[in-house]
Design a protein around this ligand. Structure first.
Ligand code: AMP
Length: 408
């Protein structure tokens, strides 16, 4: 877990604002779920998921309830839907931290932020297209150009179940030749063996049965429609039959956005898919759902790599230098701020030289100086900090003068 310091922290806030702009323009509204939920909300995600079995920050609270810090937010959204029963389609977005007890490394932290959207109550493949397109558009809005989209379908639950059995048989036949980790994974979730990057597993992964051979007509038609839609929107994608995603609840469409500049172990910027069963598992009515979660931390690393969406300190208009006691600066900064002109000041009645140094460091466009003479005359000196001549003007003209200069 780490601090996000200024000016980097400002970038995080802009990140969320850009995301909100993109999805609010498509009819999504923000849901703010709690950070802490009943443990049961997350165990419904599935007990073959590392996030649930190994990485959860769960504990017993003072009321003897088993609770957990959320490892992700889709389960919370579905819990919220089951609890409040809003009208469908329910189109929500979220942003904020999640917690997973992972091995920390670059791009992988124990507290990390995600932004995401979820839509509950719609089966239409055109919604899958909309959701994926919004993720795509968001990366474009950040300025990222090297993101690729991988797409797959896990079929209907029955298709997926038959496929899982076929995979189990296939990988069991490999016996001891499979890596020890993959043998462990196989016992819990044969799909995830396809995720293995370990060398001994690769030949067996190559020769594994293909999910497409297990699709029902319905699942195949749904998946086709999604692809037709993405092509109509000119969104490039690659169908990746081995894409399975980490969480157990996915069915039918799944997708992942990969960063072109990141190491392959940490190159997933975000992903999502359909989870037409999660609301029911959380005590609600059978409700189709789809969404994605995008990792903020990793996406910002990709932005650094691609030289886009920079961290920048907010640009102050004025820095008030008051060497006559500090009260003048209190009034002037308050007036400037009220007029929409950002302003900071020096404190402790320090010398002119010391305060001018601060003005310089602040990055403000202008120093507004009140010395003995100006104090006596009711004037201020305005000194442009990035070149140009200083002027002395009546105090009453300060706001009009700075508004005009900053707008021109
Ligand atoms: P998931 O919720 O596992 O599907 O992850 C979605 C996205 O969240 C990933 O593609 C990452 O960008 C991000 N993410 C997941 N886990 C972490 C983590 N421990 N640290 C940083 N980012 C993460």
């Amino acid at each position: 877990m780490r601090d996000i310091l200024p000016p980097e922290s400002g970038r995080w806030r802009r990140f969320t604002a850009v995301f909100a702009d993109v999805v609010e323009a498509a009819g999504y509204q923000q849901l703010i779920p709690p950070l802490l939920e009943d443990l049961g909300v997350f165990t419904r995600i599935g007990d073959a998921t590392d996030v649930v079995t190994k990485e959860m920050y769960d504990f017993v609270d003072k009321g003897k309830r088993r609770v957990a810090l959320r490892p992700e937010q889709t389960a919370s959204v579905c819990r919220s839907f089951a609890q409040h029963r809003p009208t469908v389609p329910w189109k929500v977005f979220y942003s904020g931290p999640n917690f997973r007890y992972e091995k920390p490394q670059r791009g992988r932290y124990r507290q990390f932020d995600q932004v995401g959207i979820e839509v509950l109550g719609v089966d239409d493949p055109m919604l899958d297209v909309e959701v994926i397109a919004l993720g795509w558009e968001f990366y474009r809005a950040l300025g990222l150009r090297q993101v690729t989209l991988q797409l797959n379908s896990l079929g209907e639950p029955d298709d997926r179940a038959r496929y899982v059995e076929a995979l189990r048989t296939h990988f069991e036949a490999a016996g001891e030749q499979l890596s020890e980790q993959s043998r462990n994974t196989l016992a819990k979730n044969p799909l995830r063996v396809l995720d293995s990057k370990r060398e001994p597993d690769q030949t067996f992964i190559e020769s594994a049965p293909q999910i497409a051979d297990f699709y029902s007509d319905e699942a195949a038609a749904h998946f086709d429609a999604v692809q037709v839609g993405l092509r109509a929107l000119d969104i490039p994608f690659v169908v990746e039959p081995k894409l399975v995603r980490g969480l157990d609840y996915y069915r039918r469409t799944i997708f992942e956005f990969l960063g072109g500049t990141l190491d392959s172990a940490q190159n997933a910027l975000g992903g999502g898919g359909r989870y037409d069963g999660l609301v029911e598992a959380l005590g609600g009515p059978a409700t189709p759902g789809i969404g994605f979660a995008l990792g903020v931390d990793r996406t910002l690393i990709a932005c650094d790599d691609e030289g886009c969406f920079d961290a920048e300190a907010p640009q102050l208009v004025a820095f008030v230098v008051d060497v006559v006691g500090g009260l003048e600066a209190a009034v002037l900064t308050t007036d400037l701020r009220a007029a929409g002109l950002s302003a900071d000041r020096g404190y402790d009645n320090r010398s002119m030289k010391a305060q001018m140094k601060l003005a310089n460091r602040s990055g403000a466009s202008f120093a507004v100086i009140v010395g003995e003479q100006e104090h006596a005359d009711g004037t201020v000196v305005i000194k442009p900090m990035h070149g140009g001549d200083q002027v002395t003007i009546p105090r009453s003209e300060l706001i009009a003068h700075l508004s005009e200069t900053t707008n021109s």
